[in-house]
Design a protein around this ligand. Sequence first.
Ligand SMILES: Cc1ncc(COP(=O)(O)O)c(C=O)c1O
Length: 403
Amino acid sequence: MDQFNSARSLVRALAPSISVTCLRPGAATRASRYFTRNFPGEILYAVKTNPRPEILDAVHAGGVRRFDVASIAEIKLTAERFPEAHLSYMHPVKNRDDIRLAYFRYGVRDFVFDTVDELDKIISATDGAGDLTLMLRLSVPNFHAELDLSSKFGVGQDRAVGLLLRSRPLAQRLGVCFHVGSQCMNPSAYGTAIHLVRDLIVSSGMMLDVVDIGGGFPSLYQDMSPPPLNAYMSEIVMALKTLPVGDTCEFWAEPGRALVAESASTLVRVELRRGERLYINDGTYGSLFDAGVPGFIFPARAIRAVGRLSPALTPYTFYGPTCDGMDFMKGPFLLPEDMREGDYIEIGQTGAYGCTMRTKFNGFHSDATALLTDAPLLTLYGRRAATRETDRPEAASLCSKAL
Ligand SMILES: Cc1ncc(COP(=O)(O)O)c(C=O)c1O
């Protein structure tokens, strides 16, 4: 894979006419190292967030040896890349054949459930295996998350007690997991959820072998500056200490976004300018889903192949390449006022749920990838780069929601 010291060097060398995924795997290693050093338990990387081999390797290099997998394809990919890795099948609704394959071919022993039917399915598909770690997914408030994950999965306290009692004799190890929602902006969400686990332990009288606090840890976006990750860790450590569990109880976390968001950006080209609208060659059916549907404002910096860009900035809206009206990213994205056809934009923080969500809709799809050695546009873990190629780092603060 070609390597460049910046997106600008890439543009100068290749002048790409398709969008390019620019990888900075070192950013994923740095983030993973933070989590493996600061979380008081096991880190399971949520593979769905970005299953690219370079990113899996980067997370592994940061000390992660366990993976949250949600499909047989993710299991196959991860098991083949890291034969020694510990895989946990954390999708609450699984295909019966996939459970079988996961157990018998890939040695998976951890399975999640939130209904009696799924529990029965796991037991029957593994031929009544006696060595399972069964994880009950508890429903917890997602108030502080940008993306709510509580409506589809999870069981309330009322039914959780019955499910725990039923699963205890079937499990070698029994656990509870939850998800506070993705891009959780307030550490107190973890405290609240862990206290619900405490209530469940007390009301069921069950000893737990595993408590899994899920994903949800935030990344940094142009319009979203979460509290420092240390505040999340302190809240979690304090809340976990209140749990009535034995010394052998394991704590797990399944971060996705916070490990890999900074590890990629997307380099796009402007195909047309119409007022403050920029029509670009990637969009919500491509690498920029989160810029469209939940409306995240990704950091963006302009690159002109030849010549200078104006220092004055204008707020723009982006339109993607397909013919669909939903292929629209409201922004505002603050870029030089003289943007025009042929200019490039590096859109940062697309390492989480970016290339992994791409479709081939309307025939627009780019697999072009390059490695960059410079810093991500924004970072929670270290130094930050400029928002425009010629800017000083503090210019990043110019791009704000206040527009
Ligand atoms: C079960 C599970 N674990 C972990 C994650 C990762 O969440 P995040 O990227 O918010 O950290 C998800 C995301 O959908 C999930 O469904």
